[in-house]
Each structure stands twice: as structure tokens, then as C-alpha cells.
Design a protein around this ligand. Structure first.
Ligand code: NAP
Ligand code: SF4
Length: 727
């Protein structure tokens, strides 16, 4: 996400930047490219080429990967699901895969998870398939059996081994129990066909049920389902064979195969290849790629993971299958979020299709925009997980930080305004940008005032943090959106109350953001004490030993910024460096593709502090907080909680941060450092509110100006969009 990378770094959407670590000229020359039907008049000929599966043809090489949105649970969300998938079908994607549906109750991800096991349930699904087909789309249903990952007392597994991510110990299946699971898969697939789906995806990766049979880590059976690999893969092959038998030849059967488990005793490469060949022979139409078990301690989809970081693994399998005369289409996935990245992956022969999941939350029209020369209008998934995966883990409906309509297609409607108004939005941070562009899209005349020379507000800090480079894309998107919707942008303009009153706007939206909180620590005016803006914008020098006061999102960002060696590119932009840093290896060289992490040395010695008790970063995202904590631990960042900041003063020729711990102010000590960075949160900036209100101007506060505490871009964009949808 990541002068270090800085303001002068080019936006990431430029094709010349390619995929981190991949040779840029690796594209096959078009005349010799084996893909038929290339559309040569577009920058994305491979991406937009149709794929003939024999009995049906996919319109292009883009698959919307399965995502759990939360709509799958219960019966009340079918209309919302239909609208969700229909909107993405309208956006031109070649094939979609639904969120996972359990084939029986033992397969549940959690109690009462979405299940497809009866004819009545299949009838309900017809609403989804009819809506998708009406838009000319194709959709497959994912059959998900979570095995020991099930957050349910009913969960089952090959062996009685609890997973680290569920409190329930699974029941070990007997021979009849295994047969019951196979039949459930088969019944679910047949019901999916009955419901009008174009196919099914059998989820065999990510450490779920089928994957659990494949490796000795979770399968310690001694019967014909355990022991030798032929036995361990029997379940996968049997499910595919019997599903194919049940659904007939003209039905898409995707098998999601784990190519690199990223757990120490995962599958070996020969086992992966053997399985790929066996499920192909058993009747799979397409092999989709799975990367990493859920319990793996290596990030696989977060924003700090380089783009297309695992396409090389798919290429490895594809090359081997092709060499052995097996032509089954392969899908590659993970961190492909722009069309030029997908194009390059396909053009260099890594895969036959690309799978994008979260990018379709961010922008349902991803393919249509790529196909019509509007890739610069794509609202890019920044891989933050904040509104999708984090929501799913909190039992909330998944949506998207950069697109709050995702999952809310039937309730958050952006309609043309009945009456055109003249509106001012003050502040071009996330809240102001979302509000201004939504208002203009609805037909209002919108004036957006920004005191800085560029749009973006806090995003201009985020984009400078190593591993957060994707924020460049959001800024590119909004800059283009301002042009497309016709917002009148006034940069370098500090809108005064006089200006706003004099212009007689119908309404004024104050999105003036935040200002850093002053923590009022004794001695904080000592030279060497700086604010986070100075540190990130490199306005003040930072020494080798740093103490950071405050461990919220910005404290963590500053720590990641300061431990990174500016002489090297961010690991997020350098695949080889990232793999070394996290210990990812060639699965042909080491089982599961995981080796000892070898992080590069920290550029500075950093201590990160907070006053409250408990682990630092507890307020960070549920699915990404561990990555930030691990990244800093790998750089030997010291973390301290329950801290009282007693005072700051000179110490041994440098600075000293004098602290004590707990209510009793015990264990007083001095942290010797060269620089102290204050990251103590923020307060709202709303100086315009009083004069405007006094003059009778209709006004609304949004974003940080409304509430600075626990503000994040998700809330800011959501609030700006929702308000703009109603004015
Ligand atoms: P924040 O998350 O509210 O954290 C403020 C930090 O300052 C806390 O660690 C707080 O902990 C400390 N603090 C508060 N008052 C203090 C005082 N008077 N003296 C000393 N310390 C004080 O705010 P932020 O870090 O500025 O982040 C702003 C927003 O951006 C947050 O919502 C954050 O989630 C979001 N953001 C998120 C990410 C991310 O998820 N990766 C990254 C950047 C920003 P104690 O009170 O315990 O000391
Ligand atoms: Fe992507 Fe973040 Fe939106 Fe999820 S919330 S889809 S990760 S941008």
C-alpha cells in the first residue's frame, strides 16, 4: 500500500507498471497467441476473448469469484441477491459464482447458514438465476462444506482435530458419514441445475472440508479415506465424478483446487498435479485456483499483497498440464483488481480466466468499463477488507468501502433528482468526494471546494504508506468521476463563510475533515517532537530511534512508514521481496509453499505506545489487524500498552519520553529516542458551522467534520453517498 513511494509515485493503473515482479514483456505476440477470438481493437484482447467450453461459451475471461455477502443466510434476502447478481451480470462479467451454499447442515459455516438441500430451496433460487439470465449473464452456485472450519456444533471432518479458527471440535466421520456428505454434494448440484444455475463450483480449497481430507495435517485416518495420497484425494474425485454423473455433460462444473496451502504440512506439488489431473478426468469443466488455508499466517488478499501475487502458481500448474496434453481451462485469482493486470496474466499464459471477487463489489461494471475504453472510470477495490470480509466476520452484510451500494442495490438508490439544486461541498476528502460526485450524478449543480492543491484529504496520507499504494487508485477514480459527473472543482480554495453565504447555495455540505488532537504531554514542544502529518509528508526529519504516541490506525501507518527502508520499493510492489518477507516459496520445493520468513532489516528502531490496556491494534480490521501487527513485529517494533506519558525532555544527547504504566503509575522508565511522533487521534474541523448556521444557510456535516472519533474512510464514503442520495 505504499521520497519513499510517495506523492511522486505514478498511479498504479498504468499498464507499463505491470504486475509486481513479472517481466513486462512476457506477453505472447498477438499473432501467435493461442487464444482464439481475440478482440484486437481493445487494450484487453485476451481479457475480452470469449471462452468456448464446448456446450456453452463464456463471453469473456472474467469470472466473479465466490464471495460471502451475508445475503445467503435465511430466506428474506433472495430479492436482494437477485439484484446484486443481476447488476453484475449487466456489467458484463463472463461468469459469476455465488457465495457458498451448504449442501447439508453438517456443512454449515455457522448455524442456519444458506443451504441448498431441497426442491423448495431450489425454487427460491430461481429468482436469482432468472434475474441474471434476463441480463444475459451466467451464474454458478458454489457448494461449500466447511468441515472443521464450521462455527457450529454439528461440524464434521476426516479426523477429530479442532481448527484454530473455530471453537468447535469436529466429529470424525465414519464410512457412512462420508457417503452422506458425498450424496449431499451431488444433491446440491442437481438442485442447482433445477434452480436454473449454469453450473456449480465445488469448493475444494482454502482449508475447507475437501481440502481437509487431502493433507495429513487434518486427515489422520487409516481407512480408505486416509493414509496414501490416492486415499486422501478419493473424496474430491468421488464428489466430482458423481456430481458430473448427476448433472449431465452440459453443465459447468468448476473445481476449486488449492495450489499452495501455505501451511507447513500442506500438499506437495506432485499431489496438487495428481489431483488436478484426477478431477479433470472425473468431469471438471474448469479448475479454479485456491491460495492458502484460512488458518495460514501469510496474507493472501490484503492490500499489502502484491497484485497478481499468485498467478505464477497457476502458470506452473497450467504449464505442466499443457505439457501432459491436458487442456482444461484454469482460473487464477488473488489481487487482480484492474483490467491491465488481468490482461497481462492471461497474455503471459498464466491462466485461461481470471477470477475477481471483491473488485466486483467495488465496481459491478468492471468488465463493461474495460470493454468500452473506460478503464479509468473503474472504482478499484483497494483490498482493505474493511466493509466486505470484516463485515462477514462480524455477521454483518458485506458491502464495500469504496462502493456503499454493494449488497444494498435494492435500498440505496442513486436516482435522478426531481428538482435540480445548486449545492456546495466543502472539503474533497473521502466524504466530500463521495457526496459531491453522487450529487452531480443525480443532476445537481455541485461546487466542490478544497483548500489544498489536490483532492483526497486523508487518502493522500494513506497512499504514502508502504502496502497502501492502492489508495492512488481511489484518488484516480474520484478525479475522473469529478470530470464525468461535471462537479465544479475549486482547488486551492479555502471556502469562507462569506463566500458560501454570498453564493446563496441551496444547501452546503461541510466535509472539512479533522485536525490532529493535541495530547498535551508536558514538554511536547521540545525539538524532535513532531506530528504524524510532518512524518508522513516528510516535512520534518525523523531520526533512527522513534517513539510513536498513539497506536490507532495512523500510529500503525506511521510505524510501517518509518520502519520501511526508503531505498527499496515497498514489498507490495516487489513480489520477490514480499515472498521473502513472508516466507512464501515454490510449492514444488517445499510442501505447502511455506518457508521461514526473512524480513528485511527495519530502517528505524520504533516503539509504539498506547494508554489503554490490551493488545495494540485491537481496533484495526478483524481480517487485517493481524497482518499489521505481524508486519511490525517482523521489524522488531516494540509495543507497549497501559502507558502514562509523564513528560518529554532532553535525554542523553537526544530525546526522552518518560513513561509509567497502569493506574498506579508503576515501573517508570525513559524511552530514549531521536524523534517522537504524535498520533493521538483527531478532532473535527467545523469552524464554518456557526457562521453559516447564523446566516440561515441550510447545512449538513459529514465525515470527520461530523464525528472525528473512530472515523474511517468506510464511514465517510458511506455517509457522503447516503446523504447525497436523498438531497
Ligand atoms: P484513532 O484510531 O482514534 O487512534 C488514536 C490513538 O491515539 C489511540 O491509540 C489512542 O489510544 C491515542 N490517544 C487518544 N487520545 C490521546 C491523548 N489525549 N493522548 C495520547 N494518546 C491519545 O485515530 P487515528 O489513529 O488518528 O486514526 C484515525 C482514523 O483513521 C481511525 O478511525 C482509524 O481507524 C482510521 N485509520 C485506519 C487505518 C487502518 O485500519 N489500517 C489506518 C489509518 C487510519 P489511547 O487513548 O489508548 O492512548
Ligand atoms: Fe475491496 Fe475494500 Fe471494497 Fe472490500 S471493502 S471490496 S476490500 S475496496
Amino acid at each position: 500500500m505504499l521520497a519513499i513511494f510517495g506523492a511522486e509515485a505514478a498511479p498504479l493503473n498504468h499498464p507499463k507498471e505491470g504486475i509486481a515482479g513479472a517481466p513486462l514483456d512476457s506477453c505472447l505476440p498477438l499473432p501467435t497467441c493461442p487464444i482464439e477470438g481475440l478482440v484486437l481493437s481493445t487494450p484487453y484482447p485476451h481479457l475480452l476473448a470469449p471462452l468456448d467450453l464446448g456446450f456453452t461459451t463464456l463471453a469473456n475471461r472474467v469470472l466473479m469469484g465466490s464471495m460471502h455477502t451475508g445475503l445467503e443466510e435465511g430466506r428474506k434476502h433472495f430479492t436482494a441477491m437477485a439484484a446484486f447478481y443481476a447488476e453484475r451480470a449487466r456489467g458484463g462479467v463472463g461468469l459469476m459464482v455465488t457465495g457458498g451454499f451448504a449442501p447439508n447442515i453438517e456443512a454449515w459455516a455457522k448455524p442456519f447458514a444458506g443451504t441448498l438441500a431441497t426442491h423448495a430451496a431450489a425454487r427460491r433460487h430461481r429468482e436469482i438465476t432468472a434475474a441474471v439470465h434476463a441480463e444475459g449473464g451466467k451464474i454458478a452456485l458454489q457448494i461449500l462444506h466447511t468441515g472443521r472450519y464450521g462455527y457450529s456444533p454439528l461440524c464434521v471432518a476426516p479426523s477429530r482435530i479442532q481448527s484454530p479458527i473455530s471453537p468447535f471440535t469436529p466429529r470424525e466421520l465414519g464410512e457412512r458419514g462420508i457417503e452422506r456428505q458425498i450424496r449431499a454434494f451431488v444433491r446440491c448440484a442437481a438442485l442447482a441445475r433445477e434452480a436454473g444455475y449454469n453450473g456449480v463450483e465445488v469448493m475444494g480449497s482454502e482449508g475447507y472440508f475437501i481440502n481437509q481430507f487431502l493433507v495429513t495435517h487434518t486427515n489422520q485416518r487409516t481407512d480408505r479415506w486416509g493414509g496414501a495420497y490416492e486415499n486422501r484425494m478419493r473424496l474430491a474425485v468421488e464428489i466430482v465424478r458423481r456430481v458430473r454423473e448427476a448433472v449431465g455433460p452440459d453443465f459447468i462444473l468448476i473445481y476449486r483446487i488449492s495450489l499452495i496451502d501455505l501451511i507447513p504440512d500442506g500438499s506437495s506439488w506432485p499431489e496438487v498435479v495428481q489431483l488436478a489431473k484426477a478431477v479433470t478426468a472425473a468431469g471438471a469443466t474448469i479448475l479454479n485456483t485456491g491460495i492458502g488455508w484460512h488458518e495460514a499466517r501469510i496474507p493472501t488478499i490484503a492490500t499489502s499483497v502484491p497484485r497478481a501475487a499468485f498467478a505464477w502458481v497457476t502458470k506452473k500448474l497450467r504449464d505442466q498440464l499443457r505439457a501432459d496434453g491436458i487442456g482444461i481451462p484454469l482460473v487464477t485469482s488473488n489481487r487482480i483488481n484492474m483490467p491491465h493486470i488481468g490482461e497481462q496474466v492471461l497474455a503471459n499464459g498464466s491462466a485461461d480466466l481470471i477470477s475477481l471477487a471483491r473488485p466486483f463489489l467495488a465496481d459491478p461494471a468492471f468488465v463493461a468499463k474495460a470493454a468500452t475504453g473506460r478503464a479509468d472510470e473503474i472504482n478499484t477495490c483497494i483490498a482493505c477488507n474493511q466493509a466486505c470480509l470484516d463485515h462477514a466476520f462480524k455477521n454483518q452484510l458485506a458491502t464495500c468501502l469504496v462502493n456503499p451500494r454493494a449488497g444494498h442495490e435494492t435500498t440505496l438508490l442513486i436516482r435522478r433528482a426531481l428538482q435540480k439544486k445548486r449545492l456546495a461541498v466543502v472539503g474533497a476528502g473521502p466524504a466530500g468526494l463521495a457526496a459531491a460526485t453522487t450529487l452531480a450524478e443525480r443532476g445537481h449543480e455541485v461546487h466542490l471546494f478544497e483548500s489544498a492543491a489536490e483532492i483526497g484529504g486523508q487518502f493522500n496520507l494513506a497512499k504514502r504508506i508502504p502496502g497502501k499504494e492502492e489508495f492512488h487508485e481511489t484518488l484516480r477514480y474520484f478525479a475522473r468521476r469529478i470530470e464525468v459527473t461535471g462537479v465544479a472543482l475549486h482547488l486551492n480554495t479555502r471556502a469562507s463563510a462569506e463566500l458560501l453565504i454570498g453564493e446563496r447555495f441551496d444547501e452546503v455540505l461541510l466535509a472539512t475533515g479533522v485536525t490532529p488532537r493535541n495530547p498535551r504531554i508536558a514538554g511536547q514542544d521540545t525539538p524532535g517532537v513532531i506530528g504524524y502529518l510532518d512524518a508522513i509528508l516528510q516535512r520534518r526529519p525523523v531520526g533512527r530511534r522513534v517513539a510513536i504516541v498513539g497506536a490507532g490506525g495512523i500510529g500503525f501507518d506511521v510505524a510501517e512508514f518509518l520502519v520501511h527502508d526508503a531505498a527499496h520499493p515497498s514489498p507490495a510492489l516487489d513480489l520477490a521481496a514480499w515472498m521473502t518477507e513472508w516466507g512464501v516459496a515454490d510449492p514444488a520445493a517445499t510442501r505447502g509453499g511455506v518457508v521461514r520468513a526473512r524480513p528485511s532489516a527495519a530502517a528505524r528502531q520504533v516503539t509504539l505506545l498506547q494508554r489503554k490496556a490490551g493488545k495494540l491494534g485491537a481496533g484495526l480490521g478483524k481480517t487485517t489487524g493481524w497482518i499489521h501487527r505481524s508486519a511490525l513485529k517482523m521489524k522488531n517494533v516494540e509495543m507497549a500498552h497501559s502507558v502514562n506519558y509523564e513528560r518529554i525532555g532532553p535525554h542523553e544527547g537526544g530525546l526522552g519520553l518518560f513513561v509509567s504504566f497502569g493506574k498506579e503509575r508503576r515501573d517508570g522508565k525513559v524511552i530514549a529516542c531521536d524523534t517522537i511522533v504524535l498520533c493521538a487521534g483527531q478532532e473535527p474541523l467545523r469552524e464554518l458551522q456557526t457562521p453559516l448556521a447564523a446566516a440561515g444557510v441550510r447545512l449538513q456535516l459529514i465525515g470527520g467534520a461530523f464525528e472525528a472519533g473512530e472515523l474511517d474512510a468506510k464511514r465517510a464514503i458511506d455517509q457522503g453517498t447516503r446523504l447525497a442520495a436523498t438531497l
